[in-house]
Design a protein around this ligand. Structure first.
Ligand code: AHR
Length: 529
């Protein structure tokens, strides 16, 4: 009996262990793998019902004095052995021109609130140096300053977006910066600009009044910042016909109180309020490797990335309450992935960029297109060598990242009319998040060409997609695909084409529209005439 009890007890124990294991396995399935899949999706596009133009500024970029974004990445100086045009490296310049960048934000980021623009003008050898306290305490020699930035924007054909110093700068300093850039007359700052070799003013539309003023930009409360915004922005004058679009330093992620306070206290004194959202595990401890991750981490990333839709919707709902006519724009002027710095790299926030990053770009841009009525601008962080970069460099070497190719494939949406779209597809699961395995957006450009961008984020399964576009007479379909051997694939200087776009001929016309078989882990751009 005693033995029996022991056996019975040990059986219960082993049963419990088994049950625990089964339960854990069940949780793992729920948490880490894909749920039951049909592999069949249906997309309906209302090609004649589009009303909103996709703001081209959604495809904006961001360049901060951080790591090797500016120095080494964009600017090498006229005397560099790296081929350059007036100090800007040619390879990077040419690659960026291809993206048709609509707007470039500069000089930060956190750097902006310690930047004193007068140190960055005049003969370079006379410019004072400073310590970049935010990013590794490196010495900043100010050789890339206002003239260099505005000339770069002219070369790229993009709007400059200036981030003003509110945290440690003065009202006078910001006021004079705007005067230096935009005054055409015989004003004191215009005279200095002329002495520095620039006769005509530049055009400046977008001006940010501070950055992350709740944190690195001054650790302020929203109430205090609102008052400062009102004061600083008052003296950002509109010289000689130059029209400013003033942007208040906005919330991080889920800080709805910040947006609410600004909408209430600043109101229509701002034309835009910013929002920062990073696809990041958190601010303490490891953020995870950019290249060494498993499927569960990949799915977590997809879930976190897609959560931006809910965040954007909640900020928009607050804005709608105070601004039902949607006069103030939501400017997502920092977004993207944030991983651990690349092992062995001495450049701050330098990270590799895999197929997983390409998906974050693709999904996020599809979301921004959808909310274009309110989302007036977005700037991925950052353009070269920092966080989710378009381009990586190392000395004279340069490589384009998977994220670069997404921006290149998606640029067709800029300025086109967003088309209403409905997607019925399989779901993927990560933790308590369930999300669609297919993401898409569609637009019609001024020539009547329809563009569909589409991502199948399922790492293993292809999707057969029927696209219903009743009333569209299709004469020609072509496409581009971005996929790779694995979701971890990335490009290196030695192997730059591991993830590269290719022609896609898998879209077939049907009675209702199109039938497409999208391979697993693939991003498509389809053009329909
Ligand atoms: O993009 C890197 C940093 O992230 C920016 O400087 C700052 O604004 C944000 O916290």
């Amino acid at each position: 009996m005693y033995l029996n009890i022991i056996n019975w007890e040990s059986k219960i124990k082993s049963n419990i262990i088994h049950m625990k294991k089964t339960f854990l396995a069940f949780i793992c399935v729920l948490t880490f793998s894909v749920s039951a899949q049909t592999g069949i999706s249906k997309i309906t596009i209302q090609a004649d019902k589009g009303t909103n133009i996709i703001n081209k500024e959604i495809y904006g970029q961001f360049a901060e004095h951080l790591g090797t974004c500016i120095y080494g990445g964009i600017w090498v100086g006229e005397n560099s052995p790296i081929p350059n045009t007036k100090g800007y490296r040619n390879d990077v310049l040419n690659a960026l021109k291809e993206l048709h960048i609509p707007v470039l934000r500069w000089p930060g980021g956190c750097f902006a609130d310690e930047y004193h623009w007068m140190d960055g003008i005049g003969p370079r050898e006379k410019r004072p140096k400073m310590v970049n306290n935010n990013w590794g305490g490196v010495v900043e020699d100010n050789s890339f300053g206002t003239n260099e930035f505005f000339n770069l924007c002219e070369m790229l054909g993009c709007e400059p977006y200036l981030s003003g110093n509110v945290g440690s700068g003065t009202v006078e300093e910001l006021a004079k910066w705007v005067e230096y850039i935009t005054s055409a007359g015989d004003s004191p700052m215009a005279r200095i600009r002329r002495q520095n070799g620039r006769e005509n003013p530049w055009k400046l539309k977008y001006i940010g009044v501070g950055n992350e003023s709740w944190g690195c930009g001054g650790s302020m409360t929203p109430e205090y910042y609102s008052d400062l915004y009102r004061r600083y922005s008052t003296y950002c004058r509109e010289y000689d016909g130059n029209k400013l679009f003033k942007i208040a330093s906005g919330a991080s992620d889920y800080d709805y109180k910040w947006t609410e306070t600004l909408m209430k206290n600043v109101g229509n004194r701002m034309q835009g309020v910013s929002l920062h959202y990073y696809t990041c595990k958190g601010w303490n401890g490891s953020k995870g490797s950019a290249t060494k991750f498993d499927t569960s981490e990949y799915l977590w990333t997809m879930g976190k990335c897609l959560e931006i839709e809910d965040v954007v919707k909640k900020h928009i709902a607050i804005m709608d309450k105070y601004d039902p006519q949607q006069k103030t724009g939501l400017m997502v002027d920092e977004w993207g992935t944030w991983w651990d710095q690349e092992p062995g790299s001495h450049s701050a926030l330098y990270q590799q960029n895999s197929m997983r990053d390409a998906f974050v770009a693709a999904l996020t841009l599809n979301i921004f297109n959808k909310y274009t009525e309110r989302v007036k601008m977005a700037n991925i962080a950052q353009v070269v060598n920092v966080l989710q970069a378009m381009i990586l460099t190392d000395g004279p070497k340069m490589v384009l990242t998977p994220s670069y190719y997404v921006f290149n494939m998606y640029k067709v949406h800029m300025g086109a009319t967003n088309l209403p779209i409905d997607i019925q597809c399989d779901s993927l699961v990560s933790g308590d998040k369930k999300f669609a395995s297919v993401s898409a957006s569609a637009s019609k450009d001024s020539k009547g060409t329809i563009h569909i961008t589409l991502a199948n984020i399922d790492p293993d399964k292809e999707q057969k997609i029927e696209i219903d576009m009743a009333n569209v007479k299709i004469t020609k379909v072509s496409g581009t695909i971005l996929t790779a051997k694995t979701i971890q694939s990335y490009n290196t200087f030695d192997n730059p084409n591991e993830v590269a776009p290719a022609a896609f001929n898998g879209a077939k016309t049907t009675k209702k529209g199109l039938a497409i078989t999208v391979p697993a882990k693939a991003i498509l751009s389809i053009e329909i005439q």
